[in-house]
Ligand binder design. Sequence first.
Ligand SMILES: Nc1ncnc2c1ncn2[C@@H]1O[C@H](COP(=O)(O)OP(=O)(O)O)[C@@H](O)[C@H]1O
Ligand SMILES: [Mg+2]
Length: 238
Amino acid sequence: MAAMLEVRDLTTGYTDVPLIADLSISLAPGEVVALLGANGSGKTTVLRAIMGLLPAWQGRVVFDGQEVTRRAVHERVKAGLVMVPAGRRLFFGLSVEDNLKMGGYLTWESRLLRERMAEVFALFPELGKLRTHLAGKLSGGEQQMVALGRALMARPRALLIDELSLGLAPVVVERLMPAVEKIRNLFGIPVLFVEQDVLRAVELADRAYVLDQGRIAMEGHPKQFAQDRRLIRAYMGV
Ligand SMILES: Nc1ncnc2c1ncn2[C@@H]1O[C@H](COP(=O)(O)OP(=O)(O)O)[C@@H](O)[C@H]1O
Ligand SMILES: [Mg+2]
């Protein structure tokens, strides 16, 4: 099957030294793929380059058969490529509902917004009860649900998630991670997610890449990763 997202020989960085070099990854329709790697290995940078928040120096980003390498961020979002950034970045002074509406900014049709919001509340029933609450007053786990919901409001055709578990207690993460799989199953969209916890990620993913200093060091299926646990730990610095 043709990939939904294809990153080919991507090279980029923040200074004049490349941080990501000749990186190639792909995401097939319906696939859940983990991007693993130690702190500072370049995971966030890869996602930002895919979104166009950071220009590609070399290489290509192809989304659903269309080259988007030089397209503006909002055009990629409009095409259905949507990211949930690390750290949630909500409007703390706005209600849950209003935060969700921000994600649906591509449509102003209130019927569509309501429909999409109902889908988000179906995925996260606890958010439905908090719809009028200020985002800033929610727990970390609830805020992360809002961040995911906001991304879903844009009707993504592929979702990039940066460290869902960042700053959350293990018990909260335990409840949140299945959302990745539910998103795939309910919305039928592929998900590329960055995660620190290797074992948890491998459990969820159909496939995983390990990034080491801006290069793909390993690629494989969960089973293979389970066998190579020591090797993975070496890359992850744990
Ligand atoms: N805006 C930036 N300007 C300069 N260097 C950056 C910037 N953001 C990240 N870096 C550097 O790029 C490297 C990779 O960062 P990042 O992609 O955030 O890694 P990860 O998400 O895997 O922890 C790190 O060494 C980091 O210090
Ligand atoms: Mg990061």
